[in-house]
Design a protein around this ligand. Structure first.
Ligand code: IMP
Ligand code: MG
Length: 186
């Protein structure tokens, strides 16, 4: 039997070993940069960032807190940002005075993160930085300062490793490119 995702998968873009190697490097870099930091908080943007957060967190040697926030700008089945961003679930902890590192799956137009970062900045964290696993630079509509990037990728719709295809396949251990039309095999 063909695996459930195969019909939708055009090609594997970043395989599991490559992902894990890069995440370990990012973890080491973050551990160095925050070595003296006493109140580091990793803030995961749900749902896409969750796989990345759990792997990255295990490579960060500095004691840290984790919390979660959900934001959305995409409609179900739509592969483009709608431009209107909503906080669906706010974090539990107070970010005031903390060193916050936002952990996100992918920056596309940048609209979601621009909104999230502005919201967080207003709450007066001691510092606020951004770490994204994937960066689709060519799609940027607003300026976003990225402090840590896993991979720069081309403008292709990807899924797996936290990223969904109509809410499915977040569990795949790799990042794959989606077929434009699964019925015609394109
Ligand atoms: P932005 O607001 O356009 O930057 O969109 C960011 C959000 O859209 C990400 O956090 C993802 O949840 C989603 N997204 C953007 N590109 C992709 C993709 O290629 N595959 C799956 N989700 C994506
Ligand atoms: Mg996301």
């Amino acid at each position: 039997m063909a695996l459930a995702h195969e019909k939708y998968l055009k090609e594997i873009l970043i395989d599991e070993a490559t992902l894990q190697e890069r995440i370990a490097q990012l973890g080491a870099e973050i551990s160095r940069d925050y070595a003296e930091c006493e109140n580091l908080m990793l803030l995961c943007i749900l749902k896409g960032g969750v796989m990345f957060l759990t792997d990255l967190s295990r490579h960060i040697e500095v004691p840290h807190m984790i919390d979660f926030m959900a934001a959305s700008s995409y409609g179900f089945g739509v592969r483009q940002s709608t431009g209107s961003v909503r906080i669906d679930m706010d974090l539990r902890m107070d970010v005031k005075g903390k060193n916050v590192l936002v952990v996100e799956d992918i920056i596309d137009s940048g609209l979601t993160l621009a909104f999230v970062m502005k919201t967080l900045r207003n709450r007066e964290p001691a510092s606020l930085k951004l770490c994204a696993l994937l960066n689709k630079k060519s799609r940027r509509e607003v300026d976003i300062e990225l402090d840590y990037v896993g991979f720069d990728i081309e403008n292709k719709f990807v899924f797996g490793y936290g990223l969904d295809l109509d809410e499915r396949f977040r569990n795949l251990p790799f990042v794959g490119v989606a077929r434009t039309d699964p019925e015609t095999d394109e």
